[in-house]
Design a protein around this ligand. Structure first.
Ligand code: AMP
Length: 138
């Protein structure tokens, strides 16, 4: 895996506004925030996308995401937020090291703009086939 900007932050080669760190997780402020308090949470493990992340690193992130979210809300006064996690260039991932965005949403409209373009209603037969093939891959 190529050395990403987040690896450099993990290694202490470039600075960040740190919020949380433990053996498996680092959290810091996003340098180009969508809103005040926009925070990133990353694993120490150098996986590019979520599907490559180990169970241990995933669990470590899951354990602290709610706690960091609560702290962001408490410190900013925001009442709503989105958690965003992009995987792959096509899905808007720019930094190829797994990261979760915690993005407060404010009354002034700052925060994550969500486009939600449904492709239709799930067909019953297709749903049965698809859920069955996904289950088989677990
Ligand atoms: P994504 O599009 O999901 O890959 O988002 C990458 C995020 O990393 C963007 O929101 C950037 O603003 C953020 N970012 C890039 N470089 C830095 C940095 N040096 N410190 C903090 N955040 C950064």
């Amino acid at each position: 895996m190529a050395d990403t900007i987040f690896q450099k932050i993990l290694d202490g080669d470039i600075p960040c506004h740190e919020i949380y760190r433990d053996e498996h997780v680092l959290s810091f402020l996003d340098i180009n925030p969508l809103s005040r308090g926009h925070t990133l949470v990353i694993p120490v493990e150098p996986a590019e996308t979520l599907d490559d992340l180990s169970d241990e690193a995933s669990a470590a992130i899951g354990r602290v995401l709610p706690r960091i979210s609560r702290a962001v809300l408490a410190a900013t006064g925001a009442k709503a937020f989105n958690v965003l996690q992009n995987n792959g260039r096509l899905a808007h991932q720019e930094v190829l090291h797994v990261h979760f965005h915690i993005i407060p949403r404010y009354d002034d409209g700052t925060g994550l703009g969500v486009g939600w373009n449904v492709i239709g209603t799930l067909d019953g037969n297709e749903g049965a086939d698809l859920s069955s093939s996904i289950r088989a891959k677990l």
